[in-house]
Design a protein around this ligand. Structure first.
Ligand SMILES: [Fe+2]
Length: 395
């Protein structure tokens, strides 16, 4: 394909990677219709509003709040990855914890699978290998303030939700930008395909009794990688009762010995886990036995502007990730970076407000940090030779 047209397609919002209407009608519309029957009947057509006391498991179910409070968390130190200069929390990762109720998940799925929302925003997954792997990004709230999915927006931004996620992460968090609210990954297989996978896997286990159920033979969606943003919260939107595999493996630091990995179980419907994914290399194998697998990911940075924001654009820039629409994505990136630069400058300004005991070295270091941050903001939008090659491979 000619260079010019590849660039044009990216500028147009990767529209050449949209999902065909026929695929939506055959694979996703039936799911949407099933969801209708799961929701309480109301007199109006409107979906219920998000209510933290009803839709957060922590507040609506005592057992869930107990589970939340007793969730295992692994520190950066325990992972052998402690990095005082870059880490924003001593916590590296959490096990899955109960977050949203089943009804909340149903409403979220109903919002995102609505025909207009899906057709406008869904794109084939940039790292998809087979079948229908797609993602929806930047669909919840647009740059001009229009909220397309009010329930999903409120569910992630409500102070009570933010409090639960921040507490689990060990640091007060802030959503990176609206584009990163509720990124959805959808993988669809036929029931026959899903059942075949289970049978094949069971045979494999019988054939090799020595083989441990470690998920080692399960192919991974994405290879070992770091995330682009400091913290992620990954929520499961599918029923995982029949699922095999799907755990996340984390590479531990070399001080913990070669090839040591920590395993985090896959969340069940409505549960989520948090991960300091910018600093922890990880891999999530493709789980088997599910006809539909949907996860929702929201990305965060530290709320405190004096803490390090090491965000990069490796896996999310529009030239690489089809789900990122050029104009909207980069505009939001610049909005968020400029806002944070302003906050960082305010902090410096406030330090010298009183006019006494001026510390030249300290202020110089602060200004250099801001300079690096500004530089990173435009450098991250640049495309490397390798990325350029990838862009053309995939078209
Ligand atoms: Fe990741």
């Amino acid at each position: 394909m000619a260079t010019a047209s590849v660039h044009q397609q990216i500028l147009d919002g990767n529209i050449h990677k949209k999902i065909p209407l026929s695929t939506y009608e055959s694979n996703l519309e039936p799911t949407l219709q099933n969801l209708e029957s799961l929701l309480p009947k109301t007199s109006s057509e409107k979906l219920p509003k998000f209510d933290p006391m009803i839709h957060l498991q922590y507040y609506s179910n005592e057992l869930a709040s107990h589970k939340y409070n007793n969730t295992r968390r692994i520190t950066m130190k325990e992972l052998g990855l402690e990095n005082p200069n870059l880490q924003i929390s001593p916590i590296g990762v959490s096990d899955p914890f109960p977050l949203f109720t089943e009804e909340a998940v149903t409403i979220m799925k109903k919002e995102l699978l609505t025909k207009d929302i899906f057709m406008e925003n869904a794109r084939y997954c940039f790292n998809s290998t087979s079948g229908l792997d797609c993602c929806l990004r930047g669909y919840v709230k647009t740059i001009d303030g229009k909220v397309n999915c009010p329930f999903i927006y409120e569910a992630w931004t409500n102070p009570k939700t933010m409090e639960l996620i921040s507490k689990m992460a060990g640091v007060d968090l802030e959503i990176i930008m609206n584009y990163e609210i509720g990124h959805v990954n959808i993988s669809i297989k036929s029931n026959d395909q899903a059942n075949e996978e289970i049978i094949k896997y069971e045979r494999l286990m019988i054939d090799d009794k020595k083989r441990k159920n470690s998920g080692d033979d399960i192919p991974a969606v994405v290879g070992w990688h770091y995330d682009s943003y400091p913290f992620v919260c990954v929520l499961m939107l599918s029923d995982t009762t029949k699922m095999i595999g799907g755990e996340t493996s984390l590479r531990m630091g070399t001080t913990k010995g070669e090839n040591q990995v920590a395993i985090i179980p896959s969340p069940q419907l409505g549960s989520a886990s948090v991960l300091q994914g910018r600093l922890i290399e990880h891999i999530a194998p493709t789980p088997l036995g599910l006809s539909e697998r949907m996860t929702m990911v929201t990305s965060f940075r530290a709320k405190n502007p004096s803490l390090k924001d090491s965000s990069i654009l490796n896996t999310v820039k529009p030239e690489i990730n089809f789900g990122s629409r050029y104009n909207e994505f980069y505009s939001q990136w610049i909005n968020y970076r400029c806002e944070l630069i302003k906050q960082k400058m305010d902090l410096i300004n406030n330090k010298v407000k009183t006019g006494d005991s001026f510390n030249k070295d300290d202020i110089t270091n602060d200004l250099k940090d801001v300079e690096d941050y500004v530089k990173k903001t435009y450098e991250e939008m640049m495309i490397s030779k390798e990325e350029m090659a990838k862009m053309f491979q995939k078209k």
